[in-house]
Design a protein around this ligand. Structure first.
Ligand SMILES: Cc1cc2nc3c(=O)[nH]c(=O)nc-3n(C[C@H](O)[C@H](O)[C@H](O)COP(=O)(O)O)c2cc1C
Ligand code: SF4
Length: 518
């Protein structure tokens, strides 16, 4: 058998030098006259080990990482094609603690299969969900998704089945499935990993959504900063079309479904679902007032399902293994698994898929290993730029939508960004207001004007001008933004600002005045 070597083609791995490693391995194979197949897989998400190279041996896969081009010669000398020992030897990938502790449902194939091999996809359970869905009525598919407890992974946590039911029950000569792959939240990369590492799972999820709601056309709206994801998705759609997964007769059924990939121009607000629809229609991305809901009047005025990548990519496993199987994971009203993206100043950065319910402390200290600098953790921002900063005192909060909301926080797209004790929370609060001012679509006053006034007022606190009065003004402004904004950009910016003020009050005190020695 020809040896098989897996080298991730994932953007994160490429940023860490995977392309150079691939070239060095190809060169070494040629020099030694060894015939081998190099597979450019996705990443398994343990980014602190990337570029992680794997070889398929008679005893299963063996991983090495992080591999540098300078390691390649000695890897061959050490017999890595048969799993030989080397300083970069990690053993079986699924025994690596960071990976072994996970519950991989949505990301089961990511990093394992060849992303563009439909054969490999099927061999690992791909298309089982779609096949099962085709044997059901649309209403029964929607009922399964509702029963699974799946909630939108894009940020708001809205029940996916209820959204689908609204579209199913709404009459329309055309209906659309729109996948939100704008992934604008800081510290998040789950959507990208799926699109680059297991694109067929998203195609399968969108096709099931189409069949369930009566939509025949889908669009994936991908951010322009994801060129690799765009390329992989385009290729995967073409392969799926040729194989009859997409097209006039999905897997030979009477259902038609096809899809296209569209690239955004790079505005955070275009991740907001109605601004995204405007952008898809070729307009400037401005938030629309609701109602009408996109489910009633969405893309081009037609009933539209708009879901995040992870929401849609979680549907195939639900339709394959059943709603009860999926629902069995999690806690409270947060069912199933969530891909937690651990980033920032952290030792073990990466994607960790787990059932809802782990505490923030477990995620940061045990899974993330604390800070990369080795200094104490001061704050963790959960849920992107609109998420609250959590201090260590709140580390017992379980990863659950309601538990985070009860502590004035949010899970959002499940990105967590870790900060050590050198972080200045006054600066972070200013950054949140400035981010809102830059990214505001400008449609409503509390956000458009409020964010700019917020920056100015925080600047006065920084300058030591009437700090108490200005702090009260920021709090008042945050209340106006929270309750008066049209969308969550203006409405949630108060979370990072107020959590900084509430949990880190010392950072908002004026710098001590030096008294000259007498
Ligand atoms: C300013 C702003 C930015 C957003 N960015 C994203 C994004 O990048 N990706 C995403 O899936 N949802 C984003 N959302 C949430 C979407 O509006 C919407 O809730 C989501 O696409 C619905 O899909 P889901 O139910 O599957 O989560 C954003 C919301 C706001 C207010
Ligand atoms: S809150 Fe901000 S981004 Fe949202 S509609 Fe208002 S101005 Fe636009």
């Amino acid at each position: 058998m020809i040896p098989r070597i897996y080298i991730p083609g994932d953007s994160g791995a490429l940023a860490l030098g995977a392309e150079k490693v691939a070239k060095a391995i190809a060169g070494e194979l040629a020099e030694r006259g060894i015939e081998a197949k190099i597979v450019r897989n996705g990443s398994r998400g343990a980014y602190f080990l990337e570029p992680m190279v794997e070889v398929a041996t008679a005893n299963g896969r063996v991983a090495y990482g992080p591999v540098k081009p300078s390691d390649v010669k000695s890897l061959f000398d050490g017999g890595f094609l048969t799993g030989g020992h080397h300083k970069r030897w990690l053993g079986a990938p699924d025994k690596i603690p960071f990976l072994a502790k996970q519950t991989r449902l949505t990301f089961a194939r990511c990093g394992v299969t060849d992303p563009l091999s439909l054969e490999s996809y099927k061999k690992h359970g791909g298309l089982n969900g779609l096949t099962n869905a085709l044997a059901l009525t649309p209403a029964a598919i929607v009922a399964q998704v509702t029963e699974s407890g799946l909630r939108g992974r894009g940020g708001a946590g809205f029940p996916t089945g209820i959204k689908w039911k609204t579209v199913l029950d709404t009459a329309g000569d055309r209906k659309y499935i729109v996948c939100n792959a704008d992934e604008g939240d800081s510290g998040t990369f789950a959507d990208r990993m799926i699109m680059e590492g297991d694109p067929f799972v998203l195609i399968e999820g969108m096709t099931i959504a189409g069949i369930a709601t009566g939509a025949t056309k889908g669009f994936v709206y991908v951010r322009s900063e994801y060129p690799h994801a765009v390329a992989v998705m385009n290729k995967a759609v073409e392969i799926a079309r040729k194989a009859g997964v997409l097209g006039a007769s999905v897997l030979g059924s009477p259902y038609a479904f096809d899809m296209e990939i569209r690239v955004g121009a790079g505005a955070y607000v275009c991740g907001e679902e109605t601004a995204l629809l405007d952008s898809l229609e070729g307009k400037r991305g401005m938030v629309r007032a609701k109602p009408p809901l996109p489910a009633h009047k969405g893309l081009f005025g037609k009933p539209t399902v708009i879901n995040n990548v992870i929401s849609l990519a979680s549907v195939p496993v639900i339709m394959d293994k059943g709603a009860a199987y999926y629902k069995d994971f999690g806690m409270g009203r947060s069912r199933g698994t969530i891909p937690i993206q651990i980033a920032g100043n952290v030792k073990y950065a990466g994607l960790f898929e787990a059932a809802f319910g782990m505490t923030l402390g477990e995620i940061v200290d045990e899974i993330g290993g604390g800070t990369a600098t080795g200094r104490p953790v001061k704050a963790v921002q959960v849920g992107g730029p609109l998420g609250a900063y959590f201090p260590r005192a709140l580390f017992d909060t379980p990863f659950d939508y309601e538990a985070f909301a009860a502590k004035d926080g949010l899970i959002g797209h499940a990105g967590i960004v870790v900060f050590d004790d050198t972080a200045d929370m006054l600066k972070q609060a200013r950054f949140a207001m400035e981010f809102c001012a830059i990214e505001s679509c400008g449609k409503c006053t509390p956000c458009r004007i409020g964010s700019t006034r917020g920056v100015e007022t925080i600047d006065r606190i920084v300058a030591g001008i009437e700090p108490e009065k200005n702090l009260a003004l920021v709090t008042d402004l945050c209340n106006t933004m929270k309750f008066g904004s049209l969308c969550a950009l203006g409405g949630f910016t108060p979370y990072p600002v107020m959590s900084s003020i509430t949990h880190f009050p010392d950072d908002f005190k004026p710098a001590p005045v030096r008294v000259a020695a007498e």
